[in-house]
Design a protein around this ligand. Structure first.
Ligand code: IPE
Ligand code: MG
Length: 227
């Protein structure tokens, strides 16, 4: 979800206004995905590197995170949406951690779309924390290091046991991953759009999905396209 700052700058507004407008795009996207049978939607809300922004901006984003957790949870519940948060939450205040834990608990038995918020998340962080867990199992004699498989790593990633990532969308015209997921997107389709995140909408999402549906996924094989 990139481009909040530029959206605000274009309008001579403070960056915080861009982030606020971004929340509306989050709401619309969550609703549209949930209503159209998406199994899982992962939103990259705050990267491991975003904490290096100014203290003021980190505070704005943290406050917004808390406000959204408080205001949106009951709506998510009404829509049968489950919630998962991935990333190192220890960066955030106790209040945010408590609000996140209680939202996750309230929504845990819902059977509709799984909404995943990546907060203080980085793909490298994720692979590192999974590696530590596998190393621990080696130390404990559960796994011989010579037998470590990619499955052993996957099992300890934040999105272990979740559906695979079919489509990755990045807004704002940047053509890079910026440390999002990494391991999990080995065979994901990528869609880049110049639209700034606050302007992203259900119709923009439909365009992305339409593009996805025209792709021919081969997963490294040479299968002919099924007709
Ligand atoms: C994305 O918008 C939101 C977060 C990273 C939290 P940016 O804040 O990165 O917006 P730009 O890239 O400066 O336009
Ligand atoms: Mg940005």
């Amino acid at each position: 979800m990139d481009g909040n700052g530029r959206w605000a700058q274009k309008r001579l507004l403070p960056r915080a206004r861009g982030h606020q407008k971004g929340v509306k795009a989050v709401r619309d996207t969550v609703r549209h995905c949930s209503e159209n049978g998406v199994a899982m939607l992962t939103l990259f809300a705050f990267s491991s590197e975003n904490k290096n922004r100014s203290g003021e901006e980190v505070l704005t984003l943290s406050k917004l995170f808390l406000a959204v957790l408080k205001s949106e949870t009951s709506k998510l519940h009404k829509n049968n949406i489950k919630l998962k948060i991935i990333g190192d939450m220890s960066l955030f205040s106790k209040e945010i951690q408590v609000a996140a834990a209680s939202a996750i608990e309230l929504l845990q038995n819902n059977t509709g779309m799984a909404l995943v918020i990546a907060a203080n998340y980085g793909g490298q962080w994720d692979i590192t924390q999974a590696t530590k867990k596998v190393a621990q199992l080696c130390v404990e004699g559960e796994i011989d290091y010579k037998d470590i498989s990619s499955d052993d790593i996957s099992k300890h990633l934040s999105l272990a046991n979740e559906p695979s990532v079919d489509l990755l969308i990045r807004t704002s015209g940047e053509i890079r991953l910026s440390n999002f997921l990494l391991w999990d997107i080995a065979y994901s389709e990528m869609y880049f759009t110049d639209v700034l995140w606050p302007d992203f909408s259900a119709s923009e999402l439909d365009i992305a999905v339409k593009t996805y549906n025209q792709r021919h996924r081969r997963f490294g094989t040479r299968q002919e396209k099924a007709q």
